[in-house]
Design a protein around this ligand. Structure first.
Ligand code: AMP
Length: 199
């Protein structure tokens, strides 16, 4: 299955993405993680990306797209994947559409996680990541509403809106129901895990 998950930071996107990927057995292609990996390896790409990330700004499209194109060349993406954090704007989405059209592998479903801004700010402040200053959080939310949310109209009827407020398991079950999949059986102890972080 070729999937995409979109939603503001703090909506539990990273957590849900990792679970979807492990349960469906598809790779998790998260541009934020790819940038952080480059930063920790001290690569040129990482050095460039870090200046934008620290300021809460988007890394330029050409840099991001090149990194995604390289990632898609790994054989593991043939069985499907879940994009997380990409595309972040209409320009990236148009670039991706033409690439996937060439490969004849269109995106099948777009999961849109939603939550009110005040819930998001609180969640982000508790995850304690280095780029989570109040200013950077607010800027990223503004950028999300202005640049990323228009993707909902762009992807039209491929979009499955899911309420992101609730426990990790509750939200996960909503996502699976929207995708027409059966959620995994689980014991009662783990079902109350609150959402406390995001990636
Ligand atoms: P994330 O892990 O998705 O929260 O991303 C962390 C940071 O990486 C963002 O604030 C951006 O600076 C950068 N980033 C991640 N994905 C993209 C993208 N698709 N386009 C541009 N910048 C991105």
């Amino acid at each position: 299955m070729r999937l995409m998950i979109i939603g503001p930071q703090g909506a539990g996107k990273g957590t849900q993405a990792m679970r979807i990927c492990s349960e469906l057995g598809v790779p998790h292609i998260a541009t934020g993680d790819l940038f952080r990996d480059n930063i920790s390896r001290g690569s040129e790409l990482g050095k460039l990306a870090q200046t934008y990330m620290d300021a809460g700004k988007l890394v330029p499209d050409d840099v991001t797209q090149q990194m995604v194109a390289d990632r898609l060349r790994h054989g593991d993406a043939e069985a499907g994947y879940l994009f997380d954090g990409f595309p972040r704007n209409i320009g990236q989405a148009q670039w991706l559409e033409s690439l996937l059209e060439e490969l004849r592998t269109p995106i099948e479903r777009v999961v849109e996680l939603t939550a009110p801004d005040e819930v998001l700010v609180q969640r982000m402040l508790t995850r304690g990541r280095a780029d989570d200053t109040v200013e950077a959080i607010r800027l990223r939310l503004e950028i999300y509403h202005a640049e990323t949310q228009p993707l909902v109209a762009f992807y039209g009827d491929k979009v499955l809106p899911v309420d992101g407020v609730g426990t990790v398991d509750e939200v996960h079950d909503r996502v699976f129901a929207e995708l027409g999949l059966t959620p995994p059986a689980r014991d009662a102890v783990s079902s109350g895990t609150p959402v406390t972080e995001d990636a």
